[in-house]
Design a protein around this ligand. Structure first.
Ligand code: NAD
Length: 248
């Protein structure tokens, strides 16, 4: 009997349009902690207590200390085998899209070009008050910042991280491009606990549109039972195995 991994490789061999929906588990092997796994907590705060506009208004310094810590941590990390395989798929398939909830930028560093950053980027900053002079966002790789919180270089007010906080809307352009990417032959969900919507609902939409759907995650998730295939394993191991089969 075929193994789930060779089953997935077979589907991919016949595919032209591939969409991957990724979460924090994709970057776990690089050393970036997931929110819900070990190391996800920082000074006993849950991410939900820090990643909100209310938390920022209450205590911008505390929120920036958390982001500053994460930016330092991520800047010391390297893309892992899972990021590399997805970058190879970006080149292999006629149409490839990576919808990621990750904010770390490791996919771009691995060479993936079509990345739809659903939750923004930890390397972008914007003016918290959206002052008229500042661009919508700007790139800043400083880690750590010499002084916290960093300021908007245009109005001197508070700068904020360019990530989508709990309770905030996804960028409409990214949402639209992600929806368009759901019309695909294979839709693969990698390393997300599938509890943060609307990102978690995307793969079910791809299934409705006729895609073959699969999940790679060491743990079962709330949507495992609704997909064509659920592969229990780590992203870096399973993607490596699938890529070896594809390259035979
Ligand atoms: P999550 O922390 O809720 O879930 C992580 C999932 O990854 C779990 O289901 C876990 O079983 C799985 N996992 C752990 N190790 C894995 C591995 N080696 N291979 C495959 N899967 C593995 O994260 P989430 O679902 O992405 O959602 C939470 C939010 O957290 C997102 O909005 C995201 O922006 C943010 N976040 C981002 C990063 C990052 O940028 N790297 C890190 C942490 C959290």
């Amino acid at each position: 009997m075929d193994s789930p991994v060779s089953d997935l490789a077979g589907q991919l061999r016949a595919a032209r349009r591939v969409t991957v929906i990724a979460g924090a588990g994709l970057s776990a092997a690089s050393g970036v902690p997931t929110f819900r796994g070990p190391g996800g907590l920082w000074r006993d705060f849950r991410p939900e207590e820090l990643a909100t506009a209310e938390a920022f208004e209450r205590n911008p310094r505390l929120v920036w200390e958390w982001y500053d810590w994460r930016r330092q941590l991520i800047s010391a990390c390297r893309p892992n085998r899972a990021h590399e395989v997805l970058a190879a798929w970006n080149r292999r398939f006629a149409r490839f899209a990576l919808v990621t909830q990750n904010v770390d930028g490791l996919d771009e560093r691995a060479g993936t070009t079509n990345v739809l950053r659903f939750h923004g980027s930890i390397w972008e900053l914007s003016c918290f008050k959206r002052c008229e002079k500042a661009p919508e966002s700007w790139r800043d790789d400083t880690a750590p910042f010499p002084e916290l919180p960093p300021r908007c270089p245009h109005c001197g007010g508070l700068a904020r991280p360019g990530v989508v906080w709990f309770g905030e809307a996804i960028d409409p352009g990214i949402l639209q491009a992600s929806r368009e990417a759901l019309a695909c032959d294979v839709c693969l969900v990698v390393g997300t606990s599938a509890v943060v919507y609307p990102a978690a609902g995307l793969v079910l939409e791809a299934a409705r549109l006729g895609a073959f759907t699969a999940e790679i995650n060491p743990e079962p998730t709330e949507i495992s039972g609704e997909l064509d295939l659920a592969i229990a394993g780590k992203a870096e191991d399973v993607l490596d195995e699938v890529e070896r089969l594809l390259s035979l």
